[in-house]
Design a protein around this ligand. Structure first.
Ligand code: PLP
Length: 364
């Protein structure tokens, strides 16, 4: 038997989660975000599974787009940070990418490029996140320059929310208000036709006014809620990544003895410790402290001591009949990755995205 550490990716669950996005925004088209190897789920497999039901894919760079093209993905691919150099425009045209533009430098490069290709351009406006995007004051001039050029097939005005996961906050409304003001101004100037795209997963789930023409769901496709509290729509998502292993050793530890590196966990009573074949070398976060939940044959138990590279230890004293070979879920169907993430001081996005190649993926 080989090492039992596995990542099982439930592709039908991804399709289900994508249907939820489409159902919530029935008048919008779906751009499935598959950047960073589809948040660690395998971009090729995820894109192939979703291609029949989405309009486009979103990736971070041309290398990610090339990977999808080599795998036979044909739908348009949006480069969500645009091109990084003047040479990339030609290549982006060859493999049918759409370009996001967020700086005036990128506009100059596009207008100067000698490709005859007409791109669909996603013009990003900075409505308050202050990470990427054109200053909203300059939008009209920029739109007019783009519309007057012969480089554009279609224009999509876009912006990104800083805190759409905060359901009671006012910042998302403020960002939408700033965006609407720009749109009114462009309409008053007769600045030509354009589509609008604002919504990430949190906005798809909780801010229907943001849906507009194109939604850009990411994390929700992978069955992970972007919210820290329960939310009605997010509760329908089905987890996609199941991170599993097995018990490979069991021992009794006397009261007062320690477990693991650094002796950080001490037995308060005579205890039973199960050793699991999964560690930070497999993507389990080393920052997860003692007490983090782990499921053994479906029952909750607590991490005991530091996570090692290849193993972790669990206090199974209160579980009956644990045996070597028992199934362990680190996160997945019955243990929300967001819960493990909270213990580890991060979020579900990071945990699934940083899974290393050593942990083999199996696709349902
Ligand atoms: C990653 C990303 C998204 C998706 O965000 P989620 O929170 O994962 O839904 C949407 N739009 C842009 C521009 C992104 O970079």
């Amino acid at each position: 038997m080989s090492r039992p550490t596995q990542i099982i990716i439930d592709l039908p669950a991804i399709r289900h989660n994508c249907q939820i996005a489409a159902r919530l925004a029935p008048h919008a088209h779906v751009v499935a975000m598959v950047k960073a190897d589809a948040y660690g789920h395998g971009a090729t497999q995820v894109a192939k599974a979703l291609e029949p039901q989405v309009a486009k894919f979103g990736v971070c760079c041309i290398e990610e787009a090339q990977t999808l093209r080599q795998a036979g993905v044909n739908k348009p691919i949006v480069l969500i940070e645009g091109c990084f150099s003047a040479e990339e425009y030609q290549l982006a045209a060859q493999i049918n990418c759409e370009l996001l533009i967020h700086t005036e430098q990128q506009i100059s490069q596009l207008l100067a490029s000698n490709s005859a290709f007409r791109f669909t351009i996603w013009l990003k406006l900075d409505t308050g996140m202050h990470r990427l995007g054109i200053d909203i004051e300059k939008t009209a001039a920029v739109v007019q320059a783009l519309q007057a050029s012969n480089k554009i097939e279609k224009l999509i005005l876009t912006s990104h929310f800083a805190s759409a996961d905060e359901l009671n906050g006012s910042f998302t409304s403020q960002q939408m208000f700033r965006f609407e003001q720009v749109v009114s101004k462009l309409k008053a100037l007769n600045a030509g036709a354009f589509d609008i795209s604002l919504a990430n997963s949190a906005a798809v789930l909780a801010w229907p006014q943001s849906h507009q023409d194109w939604i850009r769901p990411g994390i929700m496709l992978y069955g992970i809620s972007p919210f820290s509290d329960q939310q009605q729509q997010a509760d329908e998502l089905v987890p996609v990544m199941h991170f599993c292993s097995k018990v490979i050793a069991l021992r009794e530890v006397k009261q007062g003895e320690y477990v693991g590196y650094g002796n950080t966990w001490q037995a308060k009573r005579s205890s039973v410790i199960a050793t699991i074949a999964a560690g930070y070398g497999d993507g389990y976060p080393r920052t997860a402290p003692s007490g983090t939940p782990v499921l053994i044959k479906g029952h909750r138990a607590e991490l005991a001591g530091r996570v090692s590279m290849d193993m972790l230890s669990v206090d199974v004293t209160d579980l009956t009949a644990v045996e070597i070979g028992d199934h362990v879920e680190l996160w997945g169907a019955a243990l929300d990755v967001n819960e493990v993430a909270r213990f580890a001081g991060t979020n579900g996005y990071e945990l699934v995205t940083r899974m290393p190649p050593r942990a083999k993926r199996f696709y349902l």
